[in-house]
Ligand binder design. Structure first.
Ligand SMILES: C[S@@+](CC[C@H](N)C(=O)[O-])C[C@H]1O[C@@H](n2cnc3c(N)ncnc32)[C@H](O)[C@@H]1O
Length: 379
C-alpha cells in the first residue's frame, strides 16, 4: 500500500458508500433529521451511548477499581444490602457510596432492587466470584499509568514502563533468570487468573488420551492442577524459569499433587525441555514474545520433543468474533506497553508452527474466544 490515499475514481463501491455515509453523519443537520425519526433515533442514540462509554472509559474503569479495592462486590456476594449498611461496612460516607453504587448500576454491575437496597447484577457476580478478574483489575493500575501518554507510547514504544518491570522475563535475563522476588507478582496474577482459561482449554481438547502432560511456561501450575482434577490418571510435568519452577513445586505439593508432579527449571528458548510427554501445552506464552523469539522457542521445542508429541497452544488470539476482536484490541495495547509480544491470529500461529516443522496443524474452536483460541500440532 502506498502512502497516498486511493484516487477518488478508483475507490471501490463499499468505500465510496462509507465515505458518503461519514460525510452525512458529520453534518449536524443530518443528525437532527435522524433524531426526528423514531427508529433511526434509537440507532443514533445507541451509537451515541457507545461513544460516550468510550469517552468516559477512564471514569468507568476507575469506578470498577474503586469497587474492587473497597470490597463492594464481595460485600454483596451473598446478600442484598442497604446503602446505609454498605456505608458502614465499607467505611464510606453514605452519599459517596450511593454515588459509587449508582455508577455501578449504570455499568451493569449492581441493581437497585428498591430504593437504597442493592444486589449484584451479572457482571458484579463474576467480579465477586472470580479472584483472577479481581487481580486483573487491580494490576491495571500499572498499565493505566503506562498509558498516560498513549500517543507518545505509540511513537516511541515502551522503554521504561511499569509493565516491563513487572513482567521480569521480557527484560534481559541473566543465566539463572529472574530472582524469586521478581516473579512473585506476575506468577500470583497468572495463577489467580487461570480458571477461565483452563475451563476453555479443558472443554476444547480431550486430555484423557494422554498419560504424561508437560506445561511449558506453566507458572505456578494452576493449569496442571485444573487438568489433574478432571483427569486423575495424568502424570504432570511443568517447565518454567528456575524461580517460578520452585514456586510451582511448592504450590502443586500444597495441593496434594506432589507425587504426580515433576517440575523442571530452565529457559524454554535454549534449554532442552523433557521429551517424554505425549502432550505439551503452551498457555499464554507465545503472545508475550516478539516474532523472532517465538521462532526460537518453537524451534527449541521441536528439537526437544519426540516425534508424535501433541503441542497445544492456547491464548487470546485475533479473529473475527466480537470476543477475539476485543481481546486483540486490548492485548495489542497491553503488549505495546509491556514492550514485547503481539496478539496473533490462529492462522499466524499456525504459520510459525509450520515454518518450524510441526505437522497436522489444527485450529480448534473454544467456548469463549475472548479468553482463548487454540492451535494444536504434531511434532
Ligand atoms: C504469561 S505467563 C503464563 C503462565 C501460565 N502458562 C498461565 O497461563 O497462567 C508466562 C510464563 O512463561 C514463563 N517464561 C517466560 N520466559 C521464560 C523462559 N525463557 N523460559 C521458561 N519460562 C519462561 C514465565 O515465567 C511465566 O510463568
Amino acid at each position: 500500500m502506498g502512502t497516498q490515499p486511493p484516487d477518488a475514481g478508483t475507490r471501490p463501491l463499499a468505500l465510496r458508500l462509507r465515505l458518503w455515509r461519514n460525510r452525512m453523519i458529520a453534518k449536524p443537520g443530518f443528525r437532527r433529521w435522524i433524531a426526528r425519526l423514531p427508529l433511526l433515533r434509537a440507532i443514533g442514540n445507541a451509537k451515541a451511548n457507545t461513544l460516550f462509554r468510550l469517552t468516559g472509559g477512564f471514569i468507568f474503569s476507575q469506578v470498577l477499581l474503586a469497587g474492587v479495592r473497597l470490597g463492594l462486590y464481595r460485600a454483596l456476594e451473598k446478600e442484598a444490602l442497604t446503602t446505609a449498611c454498605l456505608s458502614d461496612r465499607l467505611a464510606l460516607p453514605e452519599e459517596r457510596i450511593r454515588l459509587l453504587l449508582r455508577a455501578n448500576a449504570a455499568l451493569g454491575l449492581v441493581i437497585e432492587i428498591r430504593p437504597d437496597l442493592w444486589v449484584l447484577d451479572d457482571g458484579g457476580v463474576i467480579l465477586a466470584a472470580d479472584r483472577g478478574l479481581d487481580a486483573m483489575v487491580r494490576h491495571h493500575a500499572m498499565l493505566y499509568r503506562d498509558l498516560i501518554d498513549p500517543d507518545q507510547l505509540l511513537r516511541t514504544g515502551a522503554a521504561q514502563t511499569e509493565l516491563r518491570q513487572y513482567w521480569a522475563y521480557v527484560r534481559e535475563m541473566g543465566a539463572d533468570g529472574p530472582k524469586p522476588a521478581e516473579v512473585e507478582g506476575y506468577s500470583a496474577l497468572m495463577r489467580d487468573s487461570q480458571a477461565m482459561m483452563a475451563d476453555c482449554l479443558l472443554a476444547s481438547h480431550d486430555f484423557a488420551r494422554y498419560r504424561v502432560l508437560l506445561d511449558v511456561g506453566g507458572g505456578d501450575g494452576a493449569f496442571l492442577a485444573a487438568a489433574a482434577d478432571v483427569h486423575p490418571g495424568l502424570e504432570l510435568h511443568l517447565f518454567d524459569l528456575p524461580a517460578v519452577a520452585q514456586r510451582a513445586a511448592r504450590h502443586l505439593d500444597a495441593l496434594g499433587l506432589g507425587a504426580r508432579t515433576h517440575v523442571h527449571g530452565g529457559d524454554f528458548s535454549r534449554d532442552p525441555v523433557p521429551g517424554d510427554a505425549e502432550c505439551v501445552t503452551l498457555i499464554r506464552v507465545l503472545c508475550d514474545h516478539d516474532d523472532s523469539r517465538v521462532e526460537t522457542i518453537l524451534a527449541n521445542l521441536h528439537r526437544s520433543l519426540r516425534p508424535g508429541t501433541t503441542l497445544v497452544i492456547a491464548e487470546a488470539m485475533d479473529g473475527s468474533s466480537d470476543g477475539a476482536r476485543l481481546s486483540a484490541a486490548y492485548f495489542g495495547i497491553y503488549f505495546l506497553a509491556m514492550g514485547s509480544g503481539r496478539c496473533r491470529s490462529a492462522r499466524e500461529i499456525a504459520g510459525f508452527l509450520a515454518a518450524t516443522g510441526f505437522q497436522s496443524i489444527r485450529i480448534l474452536a473454544t467456548p469463549n474466544p475472548l479468553i482463548a483460541s487454540i492451535v494444536t500440532a504434531r511434532r
